[in-house]
Design a binder for this molecule. Structure first.
Ligand SMILES: Cc1cc2nc3c(=O)[nH]c(=O)nc-3n(C[C@H](O)[C@H](O)[C@H](O)COP(=O)(O)O)c2cc1C
Length: 353
């Protein structure tokens, strides 16, 4: 009965209700309107809570920098920028959810159009530029979170040293950890912190005050100078002693259809970048640092490839748009059966970074 109801609710295969029914309708709408509708649907909290109650929690328990997780699949930053829907998002089956990116002051973000789909590549281009309700509003919402079915992290923007430090001070007590975003390609001020010495100064300041895990979200690289720079940033993270890194953020691209003329690609188009970069980061970081892999993950096979490449956890965003909310349980179930069959990676076994 429960399984029938679960199937009717469409949260488990085999009926691909999202891809066959919902996505075609949503994709007739402009992407930001579709996102708002999805947020409204997630706002029907009792539905997602009921759906979650119909699913046994799979296995694949792990830890991320000492934080116990029911599974290694996280929601990437950016889907719930205002931290308004973290409980229903947790009900989709994520092991952890990353809210934000949050900025100190409220900001409108970039002019529109600033989000577009590339359906043939299951990818998106965005140039949102951090629309944020600001620190105080987000802190109020996080204080009001009650159930927390998944571990909650919050992403804060590195735009200004003092403001970033204040964001960490206010938000850290309300969540399990902080992700510092130095890598969104759409916000000019952030790139200052892609300069290793500046990043070191900021991290030393944050590290001295933090009492919970701190992760740094790294940009992708596509040529040798960029690679050298990202590996330098990783070394800074290791030397200062942050808990881990998340890689990768969206891949910058010129796009004349966006108001800003540029944007960042996410989704299947960047999976090869992520799978090329993660093993290099793992080699450089050695075993002691948590690595969260992000970029184009849309199936259990993609997630397993990222874990085998050296990641401790995985994150996703764009797959929710193309595959729907059921993708989370498809991936966690796939990872759990892989674990049962004894093919899980060393990183999932230790899960201790
Ligand atoms: C519309 C959109 C908004 C995003 N906003 C943020 C953000 O605020 N902060 C951040 O660190 N990453 C942001 N990202 C990047 C994602 O967290 C992730 O790194 C990237 O999309 C690659 O993962 P995916 O292919 O699973 O989407 C955003 C991505 C998209 C598509």
């Amino acid at each position: 009965m429960a399984s029938l109801l679960g199937r009717l609710l469409g949260l488990i295969p085999p009926f691909p209700w999202y891809r066959r029914l919902v996505r075609p309708l949503l994709f007739r709408l402009p992407p930001e309107t579709a996102q708002q509708l999805a947020e409204r649907a997630l706002g029907v909290r009792s539905f997602w809570r009921l759906a979650a109650s119909l699913h046994a929690d799979g296995a694949a328990h792990t830890t991320m920098a000492g934080i116990p997780l029911r599974n290694p699949v996280g929601l990437a930053a950016g889907f719930d920028k205002q931290c308004a829907l973290l409980d229903p998002l947790g009900d989709l089956g994520f092991g952890y959810v990353v809210g934000g990116t949050v900025t100190f002051d409220a900001r409108p973000g970039n002019p529109r159009p600033r989000l577009m789909r590339l359906p043939e590549r299951e990818s998106l281009i965005n140039a949102l530029g951090f629309p944020s309700d600001g620190l105080d509003a987000v802190a109020r919402r996080l204080r009001a979170l009650r159930r927390r079915p998944a571990v909650v992290l919050v992403s804060i923007a590195a735009l200004d040293e003092a403001e970033t430090e204040r964001c960490m001070e206010v938000l850290e007590p309300l969540v399990e950890g902080i992700e510092l975003n130095i890598s969104s390609p759409n916000t000019e001020g952030l790139r200052r912190f892609q300069e290793p010495d500046r990043l070191r100064a900021l991290l030393e300041r944050l590290n001295a005050r933090r009492s919970k895990p701190l992760f740094v979200k790294l940009p992708p690289y596509r040529d040798e100078p960029e690679r050298e720079n990202v590996l330098s940033l990783l070394r800074v993270c290791a030397e200062v002693g942050v808990s881990g890194v998340t890689a990768i953020n969206t891949v910058p691209t010129d796009e004349p259809r966006m108001a800003t003329g540029r944007g960042g690609i996410s989704g299947a188009a960047i999976l090869p970048d992520m799978l090329r970069i993660i093993p290099e980061l793992r080699r450089e970081a050695g075993g002691g640092m948590t690595i969260n892999a992000c970029g184009g993950i849309a199936s259990a096979a993609d997630a397993a490839a990222a874990l085998d490449a050296g990641a401790d956890t995985v994150q996703l965003y764009t797959a929710l748009v193309y595959r729907g909310p059921g993708v989370v349980r498809e991936i966690t179930a796939g990872l759990a059966s892989r674990e049962r069959s004894g093919t899980k990676s060393e990183h999932m076994e230790t899960g201790s970074r």
